[in-house]
Structures are given as C-alpha cells and as structure tokens.
Design a protein around this ligand. Structure first.
Ligand code: SAM
Length: 351
C-alpha cells in the first residue's frame, strides 16, 4: 500500500502516542500505585483495582488507551479510504468458500470490536482498515508478522509430526496466522476459517500473491462443517477472548471434533500475569477496547473446558512475542512497559 505524506504523518503520530502510553504512562501508573499501597500491598487484581483507579495518572492512562485507539482508526480509515477493492485472482492456487447464507451472530455484530468503526466484517475496506490497524496495535512490533511466525516455530512445529496432513486455523482474520502455517508446512493442507467475508477475501488474495495454496472457508469456529477427526492441528490466534463463554466452550468442542487422535490444539491468547497493575489494566482493556468477553475468558477455567472435551495435557504457558516465543511455564520475563500478556493453551486429543 502506498501512503500519502499526510497519511504517513498521521500514522506516525498515533504510533508514537501509543508507544508513549505504553512506555511512560503505564510505568507511571505502576509507580504511583506501588507508592500508594506500600504499607498494604494488594493481594490480587481485584484488591488492586480501586487503588489503580485512584492514582492521579490513571485518567490519562485510561484516556490514552481509548483515545489513541480511536485516533488509530481515524488515521487508518483515512489512509485506506481511496484504496482499490480487494482483487481476487482469476486462476487461484488455493480456494475461497464464502457462505452468503451464513447469519452472523448478534454477539459478533453488536460490538465494534477493537473500537474499529463497523467491525471487521461489514465490507471490503473493513478488512483493509483492520490489516493496517493491526500493525499499529502491535506498535510496529509485528512487521512482516514475525509474531505469528514465532508462534508457529516455537509453539506448533515442535509438537507436530515432520509431515503433517491437515492444519486448521480458526478465526484466521485476514490470514496472518494462516500463512505462517502454510509457509512452515508447505506440503500440508491448510484451512483458514472466519466469520468475516471481507477478511477471508483479503486473506485469499494475500495468500495467492505469496504463492501459498490455502483453503479459506466462511464459517463459525464453533461449528465449521469440516470433516471430523481429520486435523493434525487446530490453532486459533487472538480468537477466544472475542467469544462469549458458551461460544468458547463450543469452540473447544469443535476443535476436539476436528482433531484426529494424537492431533494438537494450540490457542494463542491472554492470561493473567499475577502483577496486580498489569492485570487490572488488562481487565479494563476489555472495556476500553470494546472487547466485552475478554475479562470473562481470562477469568474462566479454560483448562477445565478443554479437559471436558476429552483432550489431555491442557495447560497455558507464557509466550514472549519479542524473543523466545513459547516458554515452558506461565511466567513472563519482567518488562516495565505495558504489553499484552500473551500465552498459549496447549492440549492433545488422545490416541
Ligand atoms: C483478533 S482477530 C485474529 C485474526 C488472526 N487469527 C490473527 O492472529 O491475526 C479475530 C478474528 O476472529 C474472527 N472471529 C470471531 N468470532 C469468530 C467465530 N465465532 N468464528 C470464526 N471466526 C470468528 C473475527 O472475524 C476476526 O477475524
């Protein structure tokens, strides 16, 4: 995408504003909360919440998160407003299976997810806006989607057979999680599933541009219609925090149905860190970023939900997106700035 100087300046401004929010306002909030609670440190995130909210910098921190997010979409929408519609190839090497009869659930369409006006599903520009916005949300740390490649290299490749057959990526968005799988396992059949037709069109176009033969299917991750017992791997990156509790359960049941015996589940999402201010900020992030189901997912017994499907070895481990990727325990390297508490939920379908 070629950007005008004005568009570039707007995007640079928002990116800088978000970085200052993360590396200056967040540490200030931590320092103020620590000083205010030094005599009686809060035991957990619930106890910490009133203290965090009472600090002088808190209104600026809260405004900075929501305000910069709104500015982000304004800048990104302006930047892609005149862009070309998504051009689909005449002779694709992969496929795109859209379902015009699919009724999008109200819990999905009722919220402008991530504060993106109109969400990611309304029309082709929604996907392009989401694509550019996603880069800024990651504060420039996911250029060329190194994050998704690291997930595949450290959390997926080590647990798969050398030549896996079918890999299914649920909630694939515009494909950055899916093409990392296809790049790593060129001979495998890779299927990306999403509710949003615009995202799937963009995902398909981008895979074709990259010479990656991927099958994209428009369906609900909680009931894909794909054949049971056929997948070596089911992944979902950044999906389950967007689902209401009954859908999270249904998603795990569908993953268990799709996997063949010995197949692996790898879900990249968020978990609490045990650092009170960070965990309060993450709970609040759901409200400030129009992700209403995020706190519920983080607080729920997702491991128990996976075990209830019959899968074994269910556990969350931390994911360090800047360095090692998947870690062996649910503990992150200490970092002073605000960052997402990425984690991987792993399990296996018994043989
Ligand atoms: C935050 S995006 C993540 C996209 C991609 N996996 C990534 O890592 O960038 C979440 C995606 O999940 C999709 N989604 C949400 N609920 C879904 C559901 N029930 N079934 C399928 N896709 C869903 C959304 O349309 C969106 O594209």
């Amino acid at each position: 995408m070629s950007l005008s100087l004005d568009a570039r300046a707007d995007l640079d401004f928002v990116l800088t504003w978000r970085r200052r929010w993360a590396d200056t306002l967040y540490p200030a909030l931590v320092a103020q909360t620590r000083a205010a609670t030094a005599q009686a440190p809060p035991a957990d995130r619930k106890a910490a919440r009133p203290a965090v909210h009472a600090q002088p910098v808190f209104p600026w921190f809260a405004f900075g998160e929501r305000g910069s997010q709104k500015q982000l979409w304004r800048a990104v929408s302006d930047a892609v407003a005149d862009d070309e519609p998504i051009a689909l190839p005449d002779r694709p090497i992969g496929s795109l299976e859209l379902n015009p009869d699919l009724e999008l659930p109200a819990w999905y369409t009722d919220w402008d997810i991530h504060v993106q006006p109109g969400g990611v599903w309304r029309a082709d520009p929604s996907a392009r806006v989401y694509e550019l916005g996603a880069k800024l949300v990651m504060m420039g740390d996911n250029d060329d989607y190194a994050f998704h490649r690291r997930f595949v290299e450290t959390a997926v490749a080590p647990v798969l057979p050398a030549a896996p057959g079918r890999l299914i990526d649920l909630g694939c968005g515009f494909g950055k999680s899916t093409w990392a799988l296809k790049q790593a396992f060129a001979a495998a059949e890779v299927i990306g599933v999403d509710l949003a037709a615009p995202c799937l069109r963009l995902a398909h176009a981008k895979c074709e541009e990259r010479g990656l033969a991927v099958r994209f299917v428009q369906a609900d991750a909680a009931g894909t219609g794909l054949d049971a017992g056929t997948a070596d791997l089911v992944t979902a990156t950044m999906l389950i925090h967007e689902l209401p509790q009954p859908q999270v359960k249904a998603f795990f049941a569908e993953a268990a149905r799709l996997l063949k015996p010995g197949g692996r589940l790898a879900v990249l999402d968020f978990q609490f860190t045990g650092e009170p201010v960070r965990d309060v900020a993450m709970m609040d992030h759901g409200a400030r970023n129009n992700e209403p189901f995020l706190p519920g997912m983080m607080a729920s017994d997702t491991v128990g939900m996976v075990e209830a499907t019959g899968m074994t070895g269910a556990a969350w481990v931390a994911f360090d997106e800047r360095g090692a990727g998947r870690l062996d325990t649910l503990a992150w390297p200490k970092r002073p700035e605000w960052h997402f508490p990425w984690a991987v939920l792993e399990a296996e379908k018994p043989q």
